[in-house]
Design a protein around this ligand. Structure first.
Ligand SMILES: Cc1cc2nc3c(=O)[nH]c(=O)nc-3n(C[C@H](O)[C@H](O)[C@H](O)COP(=O)(O)O)c2cc1C
Length: 200
């Protein structure tokens, strides 16, 4: 990445490119991010895997269990934030916008079909995520505690598989450098991104 450009449109392209390429790179720190929701009583942050980032549609995508708290929160409060940090490059990217569950359409079905078996298990818990239980292994179906389920058996998870799409309204970038940090903000004005340098 050329984080040292002083051209704001070029910097925006670098940010978009960094996010776009991260999902396919398992060791890229930008592939995991904090996803933050609001609720009536408190904000909530959790780690999610960035599955897709598209500059043209301004979308960031992750997958989740439809029964999870974050989905209920964003149904009530669609304004959300993402927080990315790349320690090697000393770059922070803050992103915010509105999020919604995508319909269970062909794209969601294709995403589910491509989900590896270990990941599918997360969607197969009989009880919803976050349910209090006495046994730490109570999440998985009893029959699967001593053998791996078949791919067909994990199809039960499809009912709980949700694709969440955030449409971005703001991006903020911070680069820590020995010679002085740099910070910039990009706001979507309805038709284009406006760009602004900020005091770090
Ligand atoms: C490395 C890592 C990646 C994760 N990726 C996801 C993810 O892509 N989607 C997801 O729903 N939860 C993911 N989780 C679990 C969440 O951080 C969180 O614990 C879970 O989704 C419940 O959140 P909620 O109760 O706020 O809805 C991940 C956790 C870790 C540690």
């Amino acid at each position: 990445m050329n984080w040292h450009t002083t051209d704001l449109p070029e910097l925006l392209r670098q940010i978009q490119h960094a996010l776009h390429t991260a999902p396919a790179a398992p060791t890229n720190p930008l592939r995991t991010a904090a996803f933050i929701t609001a609720s009536d009583s408190h904000p909530a942050a959790r780690t999610v895997v960035l599955r897709r980032a598209d500059a043209d549609t301004r979308q960031l995508v992750f997958y989740t269990d439809a029964r999870s708290a974050k989905l209920h929160e964003l149904e009530q409060h669609p304004a959300v934030a993402w927080l990315f940090y790349h320690p090697g490059e000393q770059v922070q990217i803050r992103a915010s916008g509105t999020a919604a569950r995508q319909p269970a359409d062909e794209l969601a079905r294709a995403a589910w079909a491509a989900t590896p078996l270990p990941n599918r298990l997360n969607y197969c818990t009989p009880l919803p995520p976050g349910t209090p239980v006495d046994n730490p292994d109570a999440g998985q179906p009893v029959a699967w505690r001593h053998r791996e389920p078949t791919p067909e058996e994990t199809e039960t998870g499809w009912a709980n598989f949700a694709v969440v799409v955030t449409t971005l309204m703001r991006l903020e970038w911070l680069l820590l450098r020995p010679q002085g940090a740099r910070r910039a903000r990009f706001d979507w004005n309805g038709t284009a991104w406006s760009a602004q340098w900020l005091v770090p």
